[in-house]
Design a protein around this ligand. Structure first.
Ligand code: NDP
Length: 332
């Protein structure tokens, strides 16, 4: 391992700064596995981790990055050996424990996932937490009865990371996907990912219109990383015994819904948390992402690939929805 290496540092001493700095192994937090990081990615949460009032980072100075893929440099845990390709997402990574925006990372062995056969280190980070969350959402919908022959599936925030991954994976599985977006200018991209139909946010939820607690049943299921008032509108339009997998809050945290879709149509609202997802489900979902959920053209999700030096701009961009699909970080 090199005596010093590069990492992106966020520091809240005035003025708040986000910059690449040199670290040494002694700066890394405790853990059994040292990983030479190949790739990381940019998620909405990483954007929040790099601003002063983002309420994500527990203490400063800090290295963000909630995702990483790379090769084991050393391991004190017998489950992992030097040279083994692995990935880490969630847990405390990039939140309370130095994250993936670093040429080396040291993490607890229980967080480490062996890279599944059928995925490269780069592909694992094209997915990253966003792709994992989309796959967990599909798993939850299917566990509750969703199937390709049961009707259309709505995906909200479709131009974003979770949304784009969900569109591509569902379409690859043979679902008829309706992509909901605030950026209908991205229709061509969304159709390339596999969307059968692209609809605007205002078609899903029109703040000016009177909301009906039970509306026309349009979709068998929905993958929703947006939340907010739009989620209430979606629940009123889900088919009998259908489900919504909710993972995000870009549209707000308050959901002004009624109980009627649940008690009169048996609709399921399924919460998706990728952070503390149990290890057995985590492994199963990553296996599916390397198998039946892997889109034919995973690279189509990549907006751009950036270096550590180019990261601050990409982190600012994701908070303004100035990214499309996934931003990949080539770390070393
Ligand atoms: P992105 O920024 O890549 O995508 C978010 C998308 O949401 C945007 O591209 C946009 O899509 C849509 N959007 C943005 N603002 C609004 C708004 N005001 N109203 C409605 N839609 C809006 O982020 P990610 O895909 O990385 O994350 C999406 C959400 O999922 C975040 O809230 C994130 O915190 C959450 N998340 C949760 C996880 C979990 O474990 N539960 C894991 C990963 C992410 P468009 O332009 O197409 O409308």
């Amino acid at each position: 391992m090199s005596s010093s290496f590069q990492a992106l540092f966020v520091d809240n001493t005035e003025p708040f700064s986000v910059a690449v700095k040199s670290l040494s192994q002694g700066d890394l937090p405790a853990g059994e596995v040292v990983i030479k990081v190949a790739y990381s990615s940019v998620n909405y949460k990483d954007g929040l981790a790099s601003i002063p009032d983002g309420n994500i980072v527990k203490s400063y100075p800090f290295v963000p990055g909630i995702d990483l893929s790379g090769v084991v440099e050393s391991s004190e845990d017998e489950r992992f050996v030097k040279g083994q390709p692995v990935l880490v997402t969630g847990y405390g990574l990039g939140v309370s424990h130095f994250g993936g925006y670093s040429e080396y990372a040291r993490v607890p062995a229980d967080w480490v996932v062996p890279l599944p056969d059928g995925l490269s280190l780069k592909e694992a980070m094209i997915y990253g937490t966003a792709g994992f969350t989309a796959a967990m959402s599909i798993q939850a919908l299917e566990d509750n009865g969703a199937a390709p022959d049961q009707g259309k599936v709505l995906v909200t925030g479709a131009s974003g990371g979770v949304g784009g991954a969900a569109v591509a994976m569902l379409a690859g599985r043979g679902y008829q996907v309706v992509a909901g977006t605030g950026r209908t200018s991205e229709s061509e991209y969304l159709k390339r990912l596999g969307a059968a139909e692209v609809i605007s946010r205002s078609e899903i939820y029109d703040p000016e219109a009177k909301q009906r607690p039970l509306d026309k049943q349009l979709w068998q299921a929905a993958v929703d990383p947006v939340g907010g008032s739009q989620l209430a509108a979606i629940l009123s339009k889900i088919a009998y015994r259908g489900s919504v997998a909710v993972s995000g809050l870009t549209g707000g945290t308050k959901v002004p819904a009624t109980v009627l879709p649940f008690i009169l149509r048996g609709v399921n609202l399924l919460g998706i948390d990728s952070v503390l997802c149990p290890a057995d489900l985590r492994l199963k979902v990553w296996e599916r992402m390397a198998g039946d959920l892997k889109p034919a053209d995973l690279e189509a999700l990549v907006d751009r690939e950036v270096t550590l030096d180019e990261l601050p701009q990409a982190l600012a961009d994701i908070l303004k929805s100035n990214t499309r699909g996934r931003v990949l970080v080539k770390v070393s």
